[in-house]
Design a protein around this ligand. Structure first.
Ligand code: PNS
Length: 192
């Protein structure tokens, strides 16, 4: 996948004193092109990005954590600057364990802001050494969410160009060939 803007590469890393590492946490159920856009932007600022999938047994997910890890691995096969991992417990504790001092989050719209603001300030209170950096995706992804992707696919709509091909294949395996479902997916208040 070609990034739409300059990326930090080995030369930039050689020139810099330290290599920088950011954690990009989320549910990624499934990962969308909006997430990929944020990761590309993260890679334009940081040398490495860890995509950290939250293991949350209380949240019903379409893809298992193992499937999400595999999907993301395939989406980034051959890119040594992107790692995939899972975590449970506090995000700031995971960041420390991973050796990262930055958390990257995407901000799509003002509606994201309140929750993200609360989370960033809570994380800062928990560990003031971990900084949250917000990045805005391309406008074309500002309406995109994992929840909508699942709903549109399940109801027979096209999600081409909204998710990487490996996710489309995964959705087909889960739902069959995008047949309209008997009942729409349960709505949740806020989901990515
Ligand atoms: O993709 P999502 O569902 O918006 O991601 C939310 C996530 C995983 C970033 C958030 O739920 C999280 O960080 N959970 C870990 C628990 C934690 O650290 N909570 C306290 C800080 S708010």
């Amino acid at each position: 996948m070609k990034a739409p803007f300059p990326q930090r590469g080995p030369r930039a890393r050689r020139a810099g004193a330290h290599s920088s590492l950011a954690v990009y946490p989320g549910s990624f159920d499934p990962i969308t092109n909006g997430h990929l856009d944020i990761i590309a932007r993260g890679l334009s600022v940081f040398d490495e990005v860890i995509i950290a999938i939250l293991v949350n047994p209380e949240k019903r997910a379409l893809f298992t954590v193992e499937e999400r890890v595999e999907i993301i691995r395939r989406a980034y096969a051959g890119n040594p600057r992107v790692r995939v991992d899972t975590f449970s417990g506090l995000l700031v504790d995971y960041a420390v364990k991973a050796g990262a001092s930055v958390i990257v989050r995407g901000l799509r719209a003002i509606s994201d802001f309140e929750f993200e603001f609360q989370m960033a300030l809570m994380n800062r209170r928990l560990n003031p050494r971990i900084e949250t950096v917000f990045m805005m995706p391309a406008e074309g992804y500002s309406y995109l969410s994992s929840r909508l992707v699942k709903e549109v696919f399940q109801l027979g709509g096209s999600v081409k160009d909204l998710v990487p091909p490996v996710v489309e294949r995964g959705l087909r395996e889960k739902y069959g060939s995008a047949q309209p479902a008997a009942a729409p997916l349960t709505r949740r208040r806020r989901a990515r």
